[in-house]
Design a binder for this molecule. Structure first.
Ligand code: AMP
Length: 281
């Protein structure tokens, strides 16, 4: 049975009991509207921990003005059914008031890593993410927490926050789960019309082209970026926001790739801003 908790106090009490029994706690933070990507994190979490907590919280402070906070898809009943089937022990579904009862004056800002890529176009986004994840870690106090590589920059920001602030939690990265045609699964894919949905598969294909060129010996980051960008721009339904090749750990710019790197892209497909990435190593 998945037990639903809506208050921090109730969840803490239950986790205390689990701890007393000597159980290890695994945690999967999400914004809900769950798909196979989320469930992959949940399965991994269940394998590696005795007690699995999944949070569902659309976090207002990580959305900018004009972004999709209000229209972000939500379906609690369907989410709970999936969590039940996946054998999740606890679903933490707090209200905005429960998480932010008073004006927040304390934030976690992971410098540098938050600045390029999505950070450039979503100012304050990673500050909102790091802050809510810090709060959730303090509430759940998990042994391990699971994050998808789909949100690559987010994963790097959280890993750095955990090291810098000594959170006693192990961050476990999980590979991106894709649809059959390669499109990275995302709650936001629901925004796509059938035509846009079909086109969206070309994002990953463009990234694969970049990776192929890299495997073929191309090491110039700008050349790879241009190649992927050109590939994306062939699709008239796309509006490319960025294509960046960055160091896989520091997310710093590289000219000549000598260490593991990542190609990351953000593309508007109609109303949906979709992100994806591919690792180069
Ligand atoms: P979200 O609900 O979009 O905030 O995502 C919650 C967690 O699921 C984050 O750690 C995401 O990186 C991860 N996630 C989302 N989509 C995927 C996917 N297609 N494959 C793997 N992990 C994912």
């Amino acid at each position: 049975m998945t037990e639903v908790f809506r208050t921090i106090a109730d969840l803490r009490e239950e986790i205390k009991k689990a701890r007393k029994k000597g159980l290890t706690i695994g945690f999967v933070p999400t914004m809900g509207y769950l798909h196979e990507g989320h469930l992959q994190l949940v399965r991994r979490c269940r394998l590696e921990n005795d007690y699995t907590v999944v949070s569902i919280f659309v976090n207002p402070i990580q959305f900018g003005p004009g972004e999709d906070f209000e229209r972000y898809p939500r379906d609690e009943a369907s989410d709970l059914k999936k969590l039940e089937e996946a054998g999740v022990d606890a679903a933490f579904i707090p209200s905005v008031e429960e998480m932010y009862p008073e004006k927040l004056l304390t934030y976690v800002d992971v410098e540098k890593l938050s600045e390029p890529m999505c950070g450039r176009f979503r100012p304050g986004h990673f500050r909102g993410v790091a802050t809510v994840v810090a709060k959730l870690f303090n509430i759940v106090q998990p042994d391990r927490a699971y994050f998808g590589k789909k949100d690559y920059q987010q994963l790097k920001v959280i890993q750095k926050m955990v090291r810098d602030l000594n959170f006693p939690v192990e961050i476990v990265p999980v590979d991106t789960v894709r649809e059959e045609d390669g499109l990275a699964m995302s709650s936001r894919n629901v925004y796509l019309s059938p035509e846009q949905r079909q086109a969206a598969a070309k994002i990953y294909r463009a990234l694969l082209k970049g990776k192929e060129a890299f495997m073929g010996g191309e090491r110039r980051a700008r050349v790879l970026e241009e190649l992927v960008r050109r590939e994306l721009e062939r699709e008239s339904l796309f509006k490319v926001q960025y294509v960046e090749v960055r160091d896989a750990e520091t997310l710093e710019e590289t000219d000549e790739i000598k260490k593991p790197a990542v190609i990351a892209a953000a593309v508007y497909v109609g109303p949906a801003r979709l992100i994806d990435n591919i690792e180069l190593e």
